[in-house]
Design a protein around this ligand. Sequence first.
Ligand code: C2E
Ligand code: CA
Ligand code: CA
Ligand code: CA
Length: 284
Amino acid sequence: ALQKPILLADLEALLGRCLLTAAPIDPESLVAALSRREIHVYYQPKATRIAPNRWIIEGVEALARWQHPTLDMISPAQFIPLAEKHGLIRTLTEQVLETALSQCRAWDAAGLSLSVAINLSPQLLNDRSFPDQVARMTDQAGADPRRIIFEVTESAAMSDPDTTMDVLTRMRVKNFGLSIDDFGTGYSSLKQLYLMPFSELKIDTSFVRDVFSHEDARTMVETMVLLAHKLRLTACAEGVESQEVLDFLDAVGCDRAQGYFIGRPMTGNALAACTREWNALYGS
Ligand code: C2E
Ligand code: CA
Ligand code: CA
Ligand code: CA
């Protein structure tokens, strides 16, 4: 029998993310995209363990998507570095935050109270005016800062540790949550973890993915959960793709879980439906 060819779009839907496009993207088109508001926001659910074997969705991570009018959807893996390089990351982040805050109001109106995680480029932690700006935006949207978590990946861009520390402290004082993203990879160090005022530790996908193929990965995940708790942080595992992995996380007392098994990144409306369905199924 003839098999339907697999289209790029199918693959993309299957993977739940955007494939890298071969089209050249340049800073000028990103500037245009920002002014035309072509940067959309998708939301991926984060489940919280409220009791053994009971996980409910009460938060999301906001993920940027560039919906180009003629090209396919462009992955953040492509345009975030471009935005960072060309001084556009602050504008982009403010747009993502603004969109997420207004989505929160829409969810509130629909009877859903969700916390939102926003990704912060390490560059922004060199900008001492940033905390006041986000506090102003949050206040104007009538949102409680406790509902907003900023996820930061450590990087060499944290060139000035004093400024970084100052910016993070200002955010914490304003009651925003702070999450150390992709923990255990790249530049993330144990030293930063206890020095900086984080409230959540995100265990990187690379460990979570391997829990059933490598015994050592299980040890790593379990130990990172323990470490987070000892430091009074919440532990969140990313890349949870199966019930088995969720059960393992449950057994080691991980507080939050995120991944395709719980839900893919999706539009605000789809997220509301997904949350109701999941919480009815797993929350009781
Ligand atoms: P991240 O912060 O580590 O976000 C998680 C990425 O993993 C997302 O990719 C998400 O779609 C993907 N993912 C989630 N669950 C699973 C799973 O179960 N399996 C697998 N294989 N992957 C999963 P995405 O949306 O392509 O974003 C890539 C990166 O781009 C993000 O990594 C983040 O570092 C960056 N990014 C996205 N939006 C923003 C933004 O608004 N600002 C900044 N500064 N960075 C952003
Ligand atoms: Ca993140
Ligand atoms: Ca991550
Ligand atoms: Ca990442």
